[in-house]
Design a protein around this ligand. Structure first.
Ligand code: UDX
Ligand code: UDX
Length: 458
């Protein structure tokens, strides 16, 4: 079969893999190839056990794989054949040299740009899909212009706004698709080609365009605003606990103001995930680079509040349990950074587990999807940690339960049965405010929600 377009994506992670699966699903007339340097990841994409858990992803991969969706490690061939190349390699925080701990590590990105240059035999459109620092496209253009074969590359920015756990829905019905380009004739032509791909399923008025730098910056700003909103509500959980106000009542009251809206107001133990911290640090680094120290400090405070929130949660546990948890058995309900994913990158659970172990507590961790990653994250930790998929088994014989991830399944557990199996006095620390606190108190638990008065029997 001949295809209308050959699309390549370099980097088969959460972003690259899910986005390409959606393009293949919606555009049977395009050939979509995903390449990755990691052969294990590619083998998993080609198996029945995909490398990531994402509701709805399996079915679209299974229906397109081998037809118009392909996973391979043959990067060279992929580059040669493609007319459009999405770059979706990871851009972690730099761990060495200038900007360590703050700036984005661009080594994978630059290596990818050079590989595109080396293997290309014809002109191509390059699409930045990963989140990059502002003006990365300029560097990409500079590298790609080094070719001596008269090949022309147009670089576009097309940041991905999908959230894990809802990736398929976000890709199928995006709030907007943003495409940044140069306003040159060839830049506009490239932009129109990318618009044509999305127009296969996204309404035209949701596909918006801008200059490249606005597009790159918009992604960082969107993540910074989202994280800021959670840090804001979380900062008031501390206030509520001091003043006997109830954070959920406050969130409902402010969320009904149409100027504020009601989304992203769920109080928590803190936000996690691979993007927020890295992107804010990246933004802070760029601000300092431009001499905008006040702006940098403002956004850095969003991360500081998040660290404070995680520490506060552990402090509450410790003080509630008579200032000692040494030898006590504590069960973590959830380890993923949010529900409906097995991803644990930057999960607050890692911080909480480590701190509890430092206090010599014994941990039992349960999670429907993230136990493999939890084992990797806590590998080598010096303390007693065990794992169980079954929350009842996990809580059995424990002194306390801490709800870390907002999995639906935790709401409907038989807490009477759980209470009976626990050491008394039994504690519940609801780091997501998803449980029925009054009911738990009536069963006999000492209940510590986030941002509301504790319900205790002593
Ligand atoms: C990542 C970043 O976290 C995000 O900020 C960015 O917007 C997109 O890339 P994600 O897809 O979740 O998002 O990352 P990850 O799951 O780590 O996937 C990146 C993939 O790129 C990995 O499978 C890695 O093996 C691959 N890769 C990395 C390459 O194929 N080539 C490289 O040179 C480097
Ligand atoms: C985020 C952005 O939402 C997405 O647009 C971007 O492309 C990548 O980064 P993601 O990290 O997958 O997506 O998940 P998100 O739903 O944003 O949640 C991030 C963290 O915030 C999670 O730990 C979540 O539990 C927490 N959160 C979210 C809250 O604590 N309260 C809320 O109200 C919402």
């Amino acid at each position: 079969m001949t295809f209308k377009k050959n699309i390549l994506c370099i980097g088969g992670g959460y972003v690259g893999g899910s986005t390409m699966a959606m393009i293949a699903h919606k555009c049977p007339h395009y050939k979509v190839t995903v390449v990755d340097i990691n052969p294990t990841r590619i083998a998993e994409w080609n198996s029945n056990n995909l490398p990531i858990y994402e509701p709805g992803l399996d079915s679209i991969v299974i229906s397109t794989r081998g037809k118009n969706l392909f996973f391979t490690t043959d990067i060279e061939r992929g580059i040669k054949e493609a007319e459009i190349i999405f770059v979706s390699v990871n851009t972690p925080v730099k761990t060495f040299g200038a900007g360590a701990g703050m700036a984005a590590d661009l080594q994978y990105w630059e290596k990818t740009a050079r590989q595109i240059l080396e293997c290309s035999e014809s002109s191509k459109i390059i699409v930045e899909k990963s989140t990059f620092p502002v003006r990365t496209a300029f560097a990409m253009e500079r590298i790609l212009s080094l070719n001596e074969n008269n090949i022309h590359f147009d670089v576009l920015s097309n940041p991905e706004f999908l959230a894990e756990g809802t990736a398929i829905k976000d890709l199928e019905y995006p709030d907007r698709v943003l495409i940044g380009s140069r306003e040159t004739p060839s830049g506009v032509k490239a932009r129109n080609e990318l618009i044509e791909i999305y127009a296969n399923w996204v309404p035209k008025d949701r596909i918006i365009t801008s200059n490249i730098w606005s597009s790159e910056l918009s992604k960082l700003v969107a993540n910074a605003f989202l994280a800021q909103r959670i840090s804001s509500i979380n900062s008031f959980t501390a206030f509520c606990e001091k003043s006997e106000a109830d954070i959920n009542e406050v969130a409902r009251a402010i969320g009904m103001d149409s100027r504020l809206g009601d989304k992203f107001l769920n109080p928590s133990i803190g936000w996690g995930g691979s993007c927020f911290k890295k992107d804010i640090f990246n933004l802070v680094y760029l601000c300092r680079h431009y001499g905008l120290d006040e702006v940098a400090n403002y956004w850095e405070a969003v991360v500081n509040i998040n660290e404070y929130q995680k520490e506060r949660f552990v402090r509450t546990m410790l003080s509630a349990m008579f200032n000692t948890i040494a030898g006590k058995k504590i069960c973590l309900f959830g380890f993923a950074f949010k529900a409906n994913t097995g991803d644990t990158r930057e999960s607050p659970a890692i911080f909480i587990a480590t701190k509890l172990i430092d206090e010599r507590a014994e941990l039992v961790i349960t999670d429907p999807k993230a136990l493999n990653n939890a084992r990797i994250d806590l590998n080598g930790i010096n303390g007693a940690v065990s794992y169980s998929e079954d929350p009842y088994e996990a809580a059995d014989g424990c002194d306390a339960i801490a709800v870390v991830t907002e999995w639906e399944v935790y709401k409907d557990l038989d807490f009477k049965k759980i209470f009976q199996s626990m050491v008394k006095p039994a504690f519940i620390f609801d780091g997501r405010n998803i449980l029925n606190h009054k009911q738990l108190f009536d069963i006999g638990f000492n209940v510590f929600p986030i941002g509301k008065p504790a319900l205790t029997h002593f």
